[in-house]
Design a protein around this ligand. Structure first.
Ligand SMILES: Cc1ncc(COP(=O)(O)O)c(C=O)c1O
Length: 390
């Protein structure tokens, strides 16, 4: 019997780190201690009080039962109070907030609720891959909006043609941004809202890094507008809960209602004991403060190292990523050099972007995820400064 994946699955690209992986394995065999700034997954433990809450909640929900698609009344209420306190936005719990299994699931599935065949989704480039993949699997087409240094890592709406706009149904934006670490301004959000309203496009704002900021608290699109808008956020980065798989969507009740109808047919809600752990996580800001302090320290250590070796640096105001420009070579070459000469693993910027409009906007960059410990980050900085090859 022949078993074959469909064309969409077959078209999914292979593992982008093949070459770096080969070098990494050779170095490990030689006994080199590789410091891994590659994948954006926090390596710190989920705070103990959250883990304890999850353990207790398992016993509380002895009969597990299927959770509600929307989320438990307590969870939705906690999100409602949190968004009021954090962003000063008043949401109606039953109609404007929806629980999910982490943002990734919702981002991928979201276009399924709104696209008809051939409709277009506007996606930032570089950008988080599920914006593109979810669109393709929903039968839609992707129109990339390049984020470059020249446009301050914001999409240039004027570049989108009338033909594209006619078919465009959703625009994804993501600030604080992965991988460029750019943050949104109120002006940018206002401009994006006005543009999407004018063109009847749902504005979908992916904000999982909203709590990883270093100066002013990040703003949410919800602070600007809820009509025609949906915001996705999660506990993965805020509370180092990547493995718990929980987040939320909030915004225009018409969008939430259609998406809820779809999701009721895809999954069976977020496990109740995970929702309880998330409610506990929201009750405390101190652990988030400590986390921010640690990311900030690591940011400064590495920025200083890149500055010392004469690289163009920019100091991220948010996220745990450095979008570091390579010097006299491509990001991929720079990543290879960092690995070979310093035993430091970073991601070539090109893997987060697609060639579009004659360029790959990630080509000149590497993304450094500040996830190793402070000690390891100090060691990495020392290796960079001492390499004397730049
Ligand atoms: C931009 C962006 N959006 C969404 C996610 C997914 O987060 P979650 O763990 O909530 O699925 C990530 C994870 O790295 C991300 O970088």
């Amino acid at each position: 019997m022949k078993i074959e994946a469909n064309n969409k699955v077959k078209a999914i690209g292979g593992y982008a780190f093949d070459e770096l992986d080969k070098i990494k394995n050779e170095l490990i065999k030689k006994g080199v201690d590789i410091i891994d700034f590659g994948i954006g997954d926090p390596t710190i433990p989920t705070p103990e009080f959250i883990r304890e809450s999850a353990k207790k909640a398992i016993d509380k929900h002895k009969c597990s039962g299927y959770p509600l698609t929307l989320g438990s009344a307590e969870y939705i209420d906690a999100i409602c109070k949190y968004t009021k306190k954090r962003f000063n936005v008043t949401l109606t719990p039953k109609t404007q907030i929806l629980s999910n299994l982490g943002s990734k699931e919702s981002i991928f599935n979201f276009p399924l609720a709104f696209l008809n065949p051939g409709d277009i989704v506007l996606c930032p480039n570089p950008g988080y891959p599920p914006y593109e993949r979810g669109t393709i699997f929903a039968g839609g087409k992707v129109h990339f909006m390049n984020l470059t240094k020249e446009n301050n890592f914001y999409p240039d709406f004027d570049k989108i043609s009338a033909t594209v706009l006619k078919k465009a149904k959703i625009m994804w934006i993501n600030y604080p941004n992965n991988p460029t670490s750019q943050i949104a301004t109120k002006d940018f959000y206002k401009k994006a809202v006005a543009f999407c309203h004018k063109n009847n496009i749902i504005l979908a704002s992916d904000e999982p890094y909203s709590e990883i900021y270093f100066d002013e608290p990040s703003i949410s699109l919800l602070e600007i507008e809820t009509e025609g808008v949906v915001v996705f956020n999660s506990f993965s980065k805020r509370s180092a809960m990547t493995g718990y798989r929980i987040g939320w969507a909030a915004g225009d009740e018409r969008i939430i209602s259609a998406f809820k109808k779809l999701k009721a047919n895809i999954d069976s809600g977020t496990p109740n004991f995970i929702q309880e752990a998330a409610i506990t996580a929201l009750s405390d800001e101190n652990h988030v403060k400590i986390m921010r302090k640690e990311y900030r320290e690591k940011r400064d250590i590495l920025i200083n190292a890149f500055y010392k070796i004469g690289f163009e640096t920019n100091i991220p105001k948010a996220t745990f990523y450095l979008w570091q420009r390579a010097k006299n070579k491509t990001g991929a070459e720079f990543a290879k050099q960092l690995l070979k000469e310093c035993g430091i693993l970073v991601s070539p910027g090109e893997i987060f972007a697609t060639s579009n409009d004659g360029i790959n906007p990630g080509n000149d960059y590497v993304r450094v995820a500040l996830v190793p410990s402070i000690e390891k980050t100090k060691e990495a900085a020392k290796r960079i400064i001492n390499a004397k090859i730049w």
